[in-house]
Design a protein around this ligand. Structure first.
Ligand code: ADP
Ligand code: MG
Length: 377
């Protein structure tokens, strides 16, 4: 049995879920939610509420914190369960199987629906790495700092679903999105393997062209994937390409659109050179893009626009900070290098001085010996 014993969902009572949801709601404004607040949101008495919480803690859905304030918070698993509960009651998922992927910012599981068809669940986990790096100086993060991993993971999933749906509906080769809830997207299982696991292709030129055409086709629709690489492209047994992983998509009217476009193209060129020793003349340029449709505008005008904009602000901030960090790192590295060189120079100097002193002493000694020899004679 994997991480999720979904049968457990059936054993949790409606009251258990009411308490779990109450903690989730409390976390919008509190890092840890005091018992009284949980009880009052769940309309339960403290005693009864506490009994339920103890059970939830036993199942690792909730944990107790007593740092600054005493209270409770949802665990990752607790949040996963809330999403799974919603997706099971909507008949999107019936059971969850093995984990099939670990991304930087997600866990991917295979699952089954009521008709025993396979579906993929992508649990977004922002904050595992990236969020720690955000110095939450901006208001929208300051206010949301508590429970921000819940909040950002939810935005990420929502954005991914919105773009996957728009792309799928417009005939792009992406998995069919089934549904989403909170931080979890349910989608079609793609047959095949990620390109990073593929070492032989019959017609390398063809696959390369298909992939480059996909980048251009996306841009003609107003979109840049901006994490277009061998991990986010899947190839089936007929060498047909499917694109996945959409939280970081940007519009072709983004201030840095050309940079992202070129980076996507370069990523693929580098991979094909490295893996297949394949280089091609054809190199799509951002200036070649001919906009035929504004899918970027369409998605941003959808029901998710506010959330997408909010999430994009965070992404831009993260990218800025990454850049700042890189500049800072470079500066520090250079400073260290200079220090190091100085140390070395000093060391050399010291060594030189020592040597000179030593040699001088030696000379003195020699001189003495010579002198004494002279005396003897
Ligand atoms: P991340 O944003 O964390 O990189 P991805 O969406 O790229 O997450 O998924 C991580 C890995 O999981 C992929 O590289 C792929 O191997 C696998 N995967 C994701 N979605 C699917 C899918 N729909 N079908 C099959 N495999 C998938
Ligand atoms: Mg990925």
């Amino acid at each position: 049995m994997g991480r999720f014993d979904v049968t457990m969902i059936k054993y949790l009572t409606p009251e258990d879920f009411r308490v779990l949801t109450a903690i989730e709601m409390g976390m919008k404004n509190h890092e840890v939610v005091p018992l009284q607040l949980v009880a009052s949101i769940a309309s339960l008495r403290n005693g009864g509420c506490h009994k339920i919480i103890k059970e939830l803690i036993r199942h690792k859905l909730v944990c107790f914190e007593h740092s600054k304030v005493q209270g409770y918070r949802l665990t990752c698993l607790g949040y996963d369960f809330l999403a799974l509960k919603a997706l099971t009651s909507r008949h999107i998922v019936k059971s969850v199987g093995n984990q099939i992927g670990v991304g930087k910012e997600s866990d991917i599981y295979i699952a089954a629906n009521d008709n025993d068809e396979q579906v993929v669940l992508k649990f977004h986990r922002l904050g595992r790495t990236s969020f720690r790096q955000i110095k939450s100086k901006r208001d929208y993060l300051k206010n949301r700092k508590t429970g921000s991993w819940l909040y950002l993971s939810r935005l990420s999933a929502m954005k991914e679903f919105a773009f996957m749906k728009a792309l799928y509906d417009n005939g792009f080769p992406v998995p069919k999105p089934h549904d989403f809830n909170r931080h979890t997207v349910a989608m079609q299982l793609v047959q095949g393997y990620p390109l990073c696991q593929i070492h032989e292709i019959e017609d390398v030129q063809q696959v390369y062209d298909d992939i480059m055409n996909l980048i251009v086709h996306l841009a003609n629709y107003g979109l840049i994937h901006s994490d277009f690489n061998e991990f986010n492209l899947m190839l089936n047994d007929k060498d047909a390409v499917t694109l996945i992983d959409f939280p970081q998509m940007v519009s072709t009217s983004h201030a840095n659109a050309e940079f992202y476009f070129d980076r996507d193209v370069q990523c693929i060129r580098d991979f094909f050179k490295r893996r297949f020793n394949f280089e091609s003349e054809s190199l799509p340029k951002f200036s070649d893009v001919k906009k035929v449709y504004s899918l970027d505008v369409e998605v941003n005008a959808s029901g998710f626009s506010k959330e997408i904009q909010e999430f994009d602000k965070v992404l831009d901030e993260m990218n800025d900070q990454k850049e700042e960090q890189e500049e800072e790192d470079e500066f520090v590295a250079k400073a260290l290098e200079a220090d190091h060189q100085e140390d070395k120079d000093n060391e050399n100097l010291e060594y030189k001085n020592e040597l000179e002193k030593f040699e001088a002493e030696d000379k003195k000694k020699e001189y003495k010996v010579e002198n004494e020899k002279c005396k003897e004679v």
